[in-house]
Design a protein around this ligand. Structure first.
Ligand SMILES: [Fe+2]
Length: 129
């Protein structure tokens, strides 16, 4: 079962970016399955690692495309990316230090954020890039 599923309604009319979003969804599904199947700390840190790494690559790519296109809302968009990166990195630190239990609330936050971000903010750059 897929916890988060990409659909055409989330397309930003750019194949590369759509593929990156699909890959992000795959990693979020891994994260979800890791929590549900109660994977150990080491395995979960690896899952978060992959998610964070891919998120950085993807956000950098989007930001590069927006910069090249002189996208007028670049700053606001970058701010959204940064806030999310900080949030995930905070989850990770607290989890590693044993101050946070990974929960379905966290997966649901990640899922909601990414879906809303694509639906609202990413779709705004379509006509520019
Ligand atoms: Fe974005």
């Amino acid at each position: 079962m897929e916890y988060i599923k990409w659909n055409e309604g989330l397309s930003v009319d750019n194949e590369m970016i759509d593929n990156q979003h699909k890959e992000l969804f795959r990693l979020i599904n891994d994260f979800y399955h890791g929590i549900v199947s109660k994977k150990g700390k080491k395995a979960m840190v690896e899952v978060i690692d992959r998610l964070e790494k891919y998120m950085h690559e993807h956000f950098n790519f989007e930001e590069f495309k927006m910069k090249m296109a002189n996208y007028p809302e670049l700053d606001a968009h970058m701010k959204e990316h940064k806030e999310f990166i900080d949030k995930v990195s905070d989850f990770r630190t607290r989890f590693e230090e044993g101050r946070l239990l990974l929960s379905l609330e966290i997966t649901s936050f990640v899922k909601e954020w990414i879906t809303n971000h694509i639906r609202i903010s990413d779709k705004k750059y379509i006509e520019y890039i």
